[in-house]
Write a new protein. Structure first.
Ligand SMILES: *Cc1c(COP(=O)(O)O)cnc(C)c1O
Length: 505
C-alpha cells in the first residue's frame, strides 16, 4: 500500500528545492551502491550479542540520484566565498586560488604518512623548510615553527616560548600578560591557558594603545605584552616602537598577533619593529578555505634569540653526500630548549602546501600588492560610507574598517538588523558587535581579491539599507526575507542542537 501523493504547484524558484532530509527520502529497498561479488570466502556474522540491533539502527535507504540531490541541495544552502561577497572582519575571507588545492592534492603530498622515514619524504620536508624561510623573511622573525594547527594554538605556543625564555633567564616569577582591550578575543584566552594573569590595557580616543596606561602597568611581573596587529579597529599602532621599548625596559617580551597580515606583507616586518614573537594564520593571510572550525595553521615566528624554544619539530637542512641528495638533506629536528610537541605530528601539512603554493605563485612583489590592495579596498569602502555610518575612528585604516551603526540604532534599527538585511542582498554579514569597545560595531574586511564593481555594489546596498531604515524600517527589522531560514534561535541552536533525526520532528 502506498500513500496517495498530493501535489501543488511551486510558488517560487526557492520552493522548487526539495527540502526533505535524507531520512525522509528513505524508501525500503532503495540502494545507492552495488557491491561487487566478494573475492574472499564468505564467513558467518559474529555472535548476535556482538551485533547492533538492526531494528533500532535507522539508516536511510535511498538511490544514488536521491543522495546526489540531497547533498547538492545542502551545498547550495551553504554561503561561501565561492558564491558571494563575504566581508567578515577579522577573518580575512579572501578568494582561495584553486591551484592551491590542486597542489595539496598531489599524491606525493596527500598520500604520505607522518611516520615515514625522512629519506622517503624529502620533497615534503623541503616544502616545510622553504615555507619556514619565507615566513621568517616576511615577518623579519627568522625562527619559524609550523606545528600549530590554528591561530589560537600559535598564540599558545608563542606564550609558552615567552615563559620558557624568561624561565631560562631565571625570571619565572613574571606571570602577567598585558593585553589591550582592542585585542582579539583569543589573546586573553590563550594567556590564561598558558597560566598567565591577564591585565587589560586601555585604548585611547584615537584607537591607539593608551601609552600612559601601559607605562603604569608594565613592571617586574610583566611576561608579555600582546598586540593584535593591525588592531581589531583595523588600525596600525603608530606608537609601536615606543610601546616595545617600554615592555623591553620592563624586562618583558612583545607578542604580535599577526593572524591577518594582509595589510603588512611586503610593507613592514614585525621583527624590524622590535617584536619578539608573533603568529600568523596561514588560513587567513596566505589563503585556504576556512571557517566552521578549520582546518587551519597558525605558525609561530620568533626572533633569533628565541629559536631554541620553538615547538618540535622544525625542519633543518644539512649538507649531505648521500647518493641522490643533491648536496643536502632535510631533517626533522627538536630545538634544544623546545617547549615540546603541541600536537601529534608536523602541523596541518596540507595547509602548509597551500600557503607555499600561494607564496610561490605570487612572489615577493605579489605579496606586497596583496597588502596594498587590501588597504585600498578597505579605505575605499570607509570613504564611501562615512557620510552615512559613523566610524569607530576616523583615520586611514588598514585591511578592515570598523563602522558603527549608532546613527541607525538611534533611528530604531540596531546593527544586528543591518547585518541580517545584507543577507537578502546576497552579502554575508560583517563581523558584528566586535570589537567590544565600539558601540553597534560592523567590522568590514573586503580583502584584496574583490573587484571595484563588487565593492561598489556593497556600498550601494549599505546606502539602500540606510534609506530603508528611514522609509520601511520593518523590512530591515524583520530581515532576512529571502533565505530558507530567517531568524534562528541562536541560543537554543548552540545549547540544545538537534543532531539526530527523529521521526516526525
Ligand atoms: C582569527 C584570529 C585569531 C584566531 O585564529 P584561529 O585560527 O581561529 O584560532 C586570532 N587573532 C586574530 C587577530 C584573528 O583574526
Amino acid at each position: 500500500m502506498s500513500n496517495p501523493v498530493t501535489v501543488t504547484p511551486n510558488s517560487s524558484i526557492a520552493d522548487m528545492q526539495d527540502r526533505r532530509l535524507l531520512m525522509d527520502r528513505s524508501v525500503t529497498g532503495h540502494r545507492a551502491v552495488q557491491m561487487p561479488e566478494p573475492d574472499v570466502p564468505i564467513s558467518d556474522l559474529p555472535d548476535d550479542n556482538l551485533l547492533r540491533d538492526a531494528d533500532n539502527l535507522q539508516l536511510p535507504e535511498v538511490d544514488q540520484l536521491e543522495v546526489i540531490r540531497y547533498f547538492t541541495l545542502l551545498s547550495r544552502l551553504n554561503f561561501s566565498i565561492d558564491t558571494n561577497f563575504y566581508p567578515l572582519g577579522s577573518c580575512t575571507m579572501k578568494y582561495n586560488p584553486k591551484l592551491n588545492d590542486q597542489m595539496a592534492g598531489l599524491g606525493g603530498f596527500a598520500n604520505i604518512h607522518p611516520l615515514q622515514d625522512d629519506t622517503t619524504v624529502q620533497g615534503a620536508l623541503e616544502v616545510i623548510y622553504q615555507l619556514q624561510q619565507w615566513l621568517g623573511e616576511a615577518t623579519g622573525l627568522p625562527g619559524v615553527g609550523l606545528a600549530p594547527l590554528a591561530g589560537a594554538q600559535g598564540e599558545y605556543a608563542g606564550l609558552l616560548i615567552a615563559r620558557a625564555a624568561l624561565d631560562a633567564r631565571g625570571e619565572s616569577h613574571r606571570n602577567v600578560a598585558l593585553i589591550p582591550d582592542s585585542a582579539h578575543g583569543t589573546n586573553p584566552a590563550s594567556a590564561a591557558m598558558a597560566g598567565l594573569d591577564v591585565v587589560t590595557v586601555k585604548t585611547d580616543e584615537h584607537g591607539n594603545v593608551d601609552v600612559d596606561d601601559l607605562w603604569q602597568k608594565a613592571d617586574e611581573n610583566t611576561c608579555v605584552f600582546m598586540l593584535t596587529i593591525p588592531s581589531t579597529l583595523g588600525l596600525f599602532e603608530p606608537n609601536i616602537i615606543e610601546i616595545n621599548n617600554i615592555i623591553h625596559e620592563a624586562g618583558g617580551l612583545v607578542y604580535a598577533d599577526g593572524a591577518n597580515l594582509n595589510a603588512l606583507l611586503g610593507l613592514v616586518k614585525l621583527g624590524d619593529l622590535g617584536i619578539d614573537i608573533c603568529h600568523s594564520n596561514l588560513h587567513k593571510t596566505f589563503s585556504t578555505p576556512h571557517g566552521g572550525g578549520g582546518p587551519g595553521a597558525g605558525p609561530v615566528m620568533v626572533s633569533r634569540d628565541l629559536t631554541d624554544f620553538l615547538p618540535e619539530p622544525v625542519v633543518v637542512r644539512a649538507t649531505s653526500s648521500a647518493p641522490g641528495s643533491q648536496g643536502h638533506r632535510y631533517h626533522l629536528y627538536r630545538p634544544i630548549e623546545s617547549i615540546g610537541k603541541i600536537n601529534g605530528f608536523h602541523g596541518s601539512f596540507s595547509i602548509l602546501v597551500r600557503a607555499y603554493t600561494y607564496m610561490q605563485s605570487l612572489g615577493g612583489d605579489g605579496l606586497r600588492s596583496v597588502s596594498e590592495n587590501a588597504i585600498i579596498n578597505a579605505n575605499y569602502i570607509q570613504a564611501q560610507l562615512k557620510d552615512r555610518f559613523d566610524l569607530a575612528v576616523d583615520r586611514i585604516c588598514m585591511h578592515e574598517t570598523v563602522l558603527s551603526g549608532k546613527r541607525q540604532a538611534d533611528r530604531g534599527v540596531p546593527a544586528l538588523n543591518i547585518a541580517k538585511r545584507l543577507l537578502d542582498y546576497g552579502i554575508h554579514a560583517p563581523t558584528m558587535y566586535f570589537p567590544l569597545i565600539v558601540p553597534e560595531a560592523l567590522m568590514v574586511e573586503p580583502t584584496e581579491t574583490e573587484s571595484k564593481e563588487t565593492l561598489d555594489r556593497f556600498i550601494a546596498v549599505m546606502q539602500t539599507i540606510d534609506n530603508e531604515i528611514d522609509n520601511t524600517p520593518e523590512t530591515v527589522l524583520n530581515a532576512p526575507h529571502t533565505l530558507p531560514n530567517t531568524r534562528l534561535d541562536e541560543a537554543t541552536a548552540a545549547r540544545r542542537p538537534i543532531l539526530r533525526w527523529t521521526e516526525n520532528q
